[in-house]
Design a binder for this molecule. Sequence first.
Ligand code: PBG
Length: 325
Amino acid sequence: MYFPTLRLRRLRQNEDLRRMVRETKLSVDDFIYPLFVLPGSGIKEEVSSMPGVFRFSVDKLVEEAKEVENLGIPAVILFGIPEKKDAAASEAYDEEGIIQKALRALKKDVPGLILITDVCLCEYMSHGHCGVVKENGEIDNDMTLELLAKTAVSHAEAGADIVAPSDMMDGRVAAIRSNLDENGFKNTPILSYAAKYASAFYGPFREAAESAPQFGDRRSYQMDTPNALEALREVALDIEEGADIVMVKPALAYLDIIRRVKEEFGYPTAAYNVSGEYAMVKAASLKGWIDEKRIITEILTAIKRAGADMILTYHAKDMAKWLTS
Ligand code: PBG
């Protein structure tokens, strides 16, 4: 059948018709909201490169988490800024570490919210790398695994519902899985940052988490941005090692990867709409150059249409409000 019998515009005539044939619909169920927590009390300070995003002390974090829950968002992912950093990342797996304290407070006061923790060492290392640094400056993969596995278990002990390793060391999912199992956490899922690229889009996050590497960069562990087949290998490995959910990060410049990962594996797939993506949209909308609500809706819909079942996004609260108003 061809024009003039066939006219695709027939089903675009008004919003009611468009609503009936819409293929992708956002829902608050799709979102995971990132939260930054730091020591102290009564603190809620804005991240300068991320307007609308704050760093909270534990007491204020609890208030924020209640608001997130009331908006219907099912989960948050927690990032910690420790009291002190050192070369062993000791606060990452300290029972009294910032994340562990936050988890206990949130579990007690906001029990209905799913708590995901970012499992990484960069925020806790004095040098800001995601792994153990040897004397020659090399990031040691195998020594790092032990610390990551310890960190994941300490998060689970403090109340984490899901752990999310973001370091990109080889073998971390297997190391974390076996340590969780040995310590009685066989039901704690792993959301692995499976295809995480060495991206320039993480800039604002590193200000928020104070986690910029003090020397060099992350290219010896995060993926080279032009590669796609390698992303599929990364995801395949993580699945083999026991990942329950696989993530592609960043999202916008990697929609093709999200699509391929979803098609190839059919696993629950997450995408991280990262800090730099957020900052660009915010900057342009603060200047009045774009229609913020329409742009954010279009971006998040595109990430879902590409194949993401869940989207980690700093826009989650705004989008949830728009979806329910
Ligand atoms: C920790 C981590 C990073 C992000 C999430 N977990 C930063 C990095 O790898 O340098 C980035 C998130 C964002 O940009 O929003 N390794």
